[in-house]
Design a protein around this ligand. Structure first.
Ligand SMILES: C[S@@+](CC[C@H](N)C(=O)[O-])C[C@H]1O[C@@H](n2cnc3c(N)ncnc32)[C@H](O)[C@@H]1O
Length: 186
C-alpha cells in the first residue's frame, strides 16, 4: 500500500539494516509475516528467534516458513516474550520486532498485555547489540491499546542512549497505528 502501513514501513526500513548472518528476534510471531521477512533478511547463515504465546500463531508461522523454505533458520518458541532474554541465551540480536495487539484471524480478546510488553521491551533493549534496532508497531485504536502504546513510548524515552522516530497513519474515527523505531546508541 502507498503510503505504506506501519507494518510495511517496518520491513522497508529494516531491510537495509539487517545483514546476512545476523541474529534477529520476532517477539510476536502471529501469522509469521515478520518472521518470514526476518528469515529472508538474515540469509541462510543467519538465525531468527520467533516467539508467540498462542499455539495457533506458532502453527501459522511454521506453515508460512515451510512454504517459503525458511523453516531451518528459525527457532520457534511457544511462550511469553517477557522471557526473551532467557530464550535467546548468549545470542545478541541486531533487530527485534514487536507487532502488538491481537492475532489477525484469531481471538481478538487475546491481546498483548502492557505489563508483559514493557517487561519484554526492556529485556529486548538490554540484549540488542550496540547500533541494533528495536521496532514496535502500536495499535492505540484497540481496546487497551492506547494505554499500552503510551506506556511503550514512555519506556523507550526512558532509555539512556537511543535515537527514536515515530511514524503513523492518520485515521478519521479512531487513533491510528504507528511504528516506533529505535536505534540503540553507545
Ligand atoms: C498483531 S499479532 C503479530 C503479527 C505478526 N507479527 C505477523 O507478522 O503476522 C500479535 C501477536 O502477539 C502475540 N502475543 C500476545 N501476547 C504475547 C506474549 N506475552 N508473548 C508472546 N506473544 C504474544 C499474539 O498471540 C499475537 O499472535
Amino acid at each position: 500500500m502507498f503510503p505504506p502501513l506501519p507494518t510495511e514501513l517496518l520491513q522497508l526500513l529494516l531491510k537495509s539494516e539487517i545483514a546476512i548472518g545476523d541474529f534477529a528476534i520476532d517477539a510476536t510471531a502471529g501469522n509469521g509475516h515478520d518472521t518470514v521477512f526476518l528469515a529472508q533478511a538474515v540469509g541462510e547463515n543467519g538465525k531468527v528467534l520467533a516467539i508467540d504465546i498462542q499455539k495457533q500463531a506458532i502453527d501459522s508461522t511454521t506453515a508460512r516458513l515451510e512454504n517459503a523454505g525458511l523453516r531451518d533458520r528459525v527457532h520457534l518458541h511457544h511462550g511469553c516474550h517477557s522471557e526473551l532474554a532467557k530464550i535467546a541465551g548468549e545470542q545478541r540480536p541486531r533487530a527485534i520486532v514487536f507487532n502488538l495487539g491481537y492475532l489477525p484471524g484469531g481471538d481478538h480478546n487475546l491481546i498483548t498485555q502492557t505489563e508483559k510488553t514493557l517487561k519484554a521491551i526492556s529485556a529486548a533493549w538490554e540484549i540488542l547489540i550496540s547500533g541494533g534496532l528495536l521496532a514496535v508497531v502500536c495499535y492505540p485504536g484497540h481496546d487497551g491499546g492506547g494505554d499500552e502504546a503510551a506506556a511503550v513510548e514512555f519506556l523507550i524515552t526512558s532509555f539512556a542512549d537511543h535515537h527514536t522516530a515515530r511514524y503513523g497513519m492518520l485515521y478519521n474515527e479512531k487513533p491510528a497505528p504507528f511504528l516506533l523505531l529505535s536505534r540503540k546508541l553507545g
